[in-house]
Design a protein around this ligand. Structure first.
Ligand SMILES: Nc1nc2c(ncn2[C@@H]2O[C@H](COP(=O)(O)OP(=O)(O)O)[C@@H](O)[C@H]2O)c(=O)[nH]1
Ligand SMILES: [Mg+2]
Length: 216
């Protein structure tokens, strides 16, 4: 009798244990995902920024023209977020079909220029137009109020450690961001600061999260 009872209790214990395991597994699989595309002219530091965000390290020489998709888990506002980053290469019109796919895939965009290269800022006008065009077609697009039809776009002026070679003032970057309806603007040095790179991703995610909550 006592043996039967014992085994019955054991079954319950097993059930409780497996329920709690299931809960843990489902919590893990419910980890929020956040997809970001990094866009910009060659040499502005897209790959350095992407690698910095993932590994915290600054890699001096990353294969140029190489495209990569990386993912990492980031702790934002005590939430574990699976951040996926598509570090693009050649984003010019010949590639626009591929670009359409990337733009539709993303939840947010980081447009990078180098403060030492004025042409790299002008080049972003075309990219921003393509984002406006393709992101509208995206089913999941968030159309709340705020800049750029609700698309989350951070303009990042990179390499601000190279002040002696500066060609773009911070004010010019800020005005560009306003005129082209970017939701965020940062000037930073990927080389010098991991924290400022992290802030870019964090700010975009927080805005994304807020908008997702508002549209539910
Ligand atoms: N001084 C400085 N150099 C940087 C910075 N970010 C990237 N670089 C350098 O700029 C070059 C191009 O970087 P990369 O990430 O390959 O550019 P991408 O073509 O846009 O992916 C590399 O030599 C990097 O070391 C930065 O914040 N400061
Ligand atoms: Mg690169």
């Amino acid at each position: 009798m006592s043996i039967r009872r014992k085994s019955f209790l054991g079954k319950n214990d097993d059930l409780t244990r497996s329920n709690s395991i299931m809960k843990r597994v489902s919590n893990r699989s419910e980890k929020k995902s956040f997809k970001v595309v990094v866009v910009g002219a060659a040499g502005v530091g897209k790959s350095a920024l992407t690698v910095r965000a993932k590994t915290r390290k600054f890699i001096h020489d990353y294969a140029p023209n190489m495209e990569s998709r990386v993912s990492f888990v980031s702790n934002i506002d005590e939430e574990s977020v699976n951040v996926e980053v598509w570090d693009t290469a050649a984003l010019q019109t010949a590639e626009s079909e591929k670009l359409e796919e990337k733009i539709k895939w993303a939840d947010a965009y980081i447009l990078v220029y180098s403060i030492t290269d004025a042409a790299s800022l002008s080049a972003l006008v075309a990219s921003k137009c393509l984002i406006n065009l393709y992101a509208k077609k995206r089913k999941k697009s968030v159309t709340s109020s705020g800049g750029s039809n609700g698309f989350l776009v951070a303009l990042v002026g990179n390499k601000n450690d190279m002040k002696h070679e500066r060609m773009v003032t911070e004010e010019t970057g800020r005005v560009f961001a306003e005129v082209h309806e970017c939701t965020h603007f940062f000037e930073l040095s990927t080389r010098e600061s991991y924290d400022s790179v992290k802030t870019v991703f964090e700010s975009l995610y927080k805005a994304y999260n807020l908008r997702s909550q508002n549209t539910q």
